[in-house]
Design a protein around this ligand. Structure first.
Ligand SMILES: Nc1ncnc2c1ncn2[C@@H]1O[C@H](COP(=O)(O)OP(=O)(O)OP(=O)(O)O)[C@@H](O)[C@H]1O
Ligand SMILES: [Mg+2]
Length: 423
């Protein structure tokens, strides 16, 4: 009687512990910070519960139709597994068919890498546990855990606990993979948008280097006959050097803009970024009879900005403004100023104002939506409708905001507000 009660008590204390472990595990994987962090956490917990000391996690790679080993856990010297496993590997097929955990995997299913021949992992007495991670009927990953020494088979409570953990782990993995896919598409989208504005920059650049190249050419042509005129040589050398430096700076600007880099926030002069963008769209504006009026506040405070990203925002807004004014005539006003809240917070503001066709009130609330465009493929300037979406994201990432006012037939003003540094 007493023995029965105590074994019941043991059981209920074991299930209580299991629930606690499971809850802790699910809470911890609720907010994974990275795939590696999550993989480590999954292996660590599966290993702790199963008492298999070593583990490795294989993740499905859609494009290659195989499972790749992405993380290892525990003392790995004796655990050599193949780095990839094809979808038709007997173990993968078995996990897919049965969709349950295999304890003490039999030798026909145990994967070996070429390296593992004659190693401890294949020695009799080593045991493998395979845990499938399945969402929506798809085997998105699986964990292999191994014990280099004999291992008792797992109890039904442990198997149930591992099954519940595997379900939670599969869901968390699925979300992090979706999130990573999303980040990748977002970065691709930004890249494509940047490459599109690069065409305008290249046009401005070609135009801009014409003058310095002419001056360099003149100098080279005149130098032989004026080589003894020291004043000429001195003066012209200085001009040519300035021209070469200017071309070098422009090339660097274009390269930095084209080479999509990791976000890099530095202490920047916003006026300088605005001036460089206006400069690149000037040629396009001139061609269309559009006047650009630039008013840059002389004492504008500096700000922590990603120069290339802010350029991307401004180029998107400037090009939209030019599109709205069509073949002109029109005026594009670009102003910067500072603004201080009564509580003391300091901001920089940029206004980009055009005298274009304006935005219909019913469109105004959609212009920042992805793929919203009125520039359809039949028109000359077909658009993707991503320019303002990206601009909005970038400004938000800078803790700023972007605001628009528009009157049909009169024009549109975009105002960007960004936090500034106190001098
Ligand atoms: N200055 C503006 N004047 C009038 N309409 C504008 C202005 N800026 C944006 N819009 C409207 O907002 C829509 C969305 O702009 P967004 O920059 O996101 O995409 P797009 O310019 O159409 O395409 P893309 O930027 O890919 O070339 C535009 O199609 C246009 O209808
Ligand atoms: Mg646009």
């Amino acid at each position: 009687m007493i023995a029965a009660r105590s074994s019941q008590a043991d059981l209920s204390s074991a299930s209580h512990k299991s629930i606690q472990t499971l809850t802790r595990f699910l809470q911890a994987i609720g907010h994974p910070t990275s795939l590696t962090h999550l993989a480590n956490h999954i292996l660590l917990n599966l290993s702790e519960i199963s008492r298999y000391p070593q583990g490795t996690l294989f993740l499905f790679e859609r494009e290659h139709r195989h499972y790749r080993q992405i993380h290892m856990f525990g003392p790995i010297k004796t655990f050599v597994a193949p780095s990839v496993m094809k979808v038709d590997h007997p173990l993968v097929l078995a996990l897919l068919a049965d969709q349950h955990i295999f304890d003490r995997l039999d030798a026909t299913l145990t994967p070996h890498s070429e390296l593992s021949e004659n190693r401890a992992s294949t020695l009799p007495g080593s045991y493998t546990l395979a845990v499938p991670l399945i969402t929506h009927g798809t085997l998105i990953a699986f964990a292999l855990l191994r014990s280099p020494t004999t291992h008792a088979s797992l109890s039904s409570v442990t198997m149930e606990l591992l099954t519940a953990m595997a379900q939670g782990a599969a869901n968390a993995l699925d979300s992090i993979l979706i999130y990573e896919d999303l980040c990748q598409s977002q970065s691709l989208m930004r890249r494509t948008d940047r490459l599109r504005s690069l065409e305008i920059i290249a046009g401005g650049f070609a135009h801009e280097i014409r003058n310095p190249l002419t001056s360099i050419k003149t100098f080279i042509q005149l130098a032989p006959e004026r080589k003894d005129d020291s004043q000429f040589i001195g003066e012209f050398s200085r001009i040519v050097l300035e021209d070469v430096n200017r071309i070098e700076r422009l090339v660097q600007e274009i390269l930095d803009y084209a080479r999509y880099m990791e976000p890099q926030v530095t202490d920047e002069d916003l006026n300088d970024i605005v001036a460089s963008c206006v400069y690149f769209v000037q040629v396009k504006a001139d061609r269309r009879g559009i006047k650009i009026e630039k008013q840059l506040a002389p004492e504008l405070p500096r700000g922590m900005l990603d120069r290339q990203q802010i350029k991307q925002v401004l180029l998107n807004l400037l090009l939209n403004a030019l599109d709205a004014m069509g073949e002109g005539p029109g005026i594009l006003r670009v102003r910067t100023h500072q603004f201080q809240e009564p509580e003391g917070a300091l901001f920089m503001q940029i206004d980009i104002e055009d005298t274009g066709n304006g935005i219909e009130p019913e469109n105004l609330e959609h212009i920042f939506d992805p793929f919203f465009t009125t520039k359809h493929s039949s028109t000359m300037n077909a658009g993707t409708g991503l320019g303002l979406t990206i601009a909005h994201q970038i400004i938000q990432e800078h803790h700023g905001n972007i605001h628009v006012t528009s009157m049909v037939g009169q024009g549109t003003t975009f105002r960007i507000t960004l936090p500034a540094l106190h001098q």
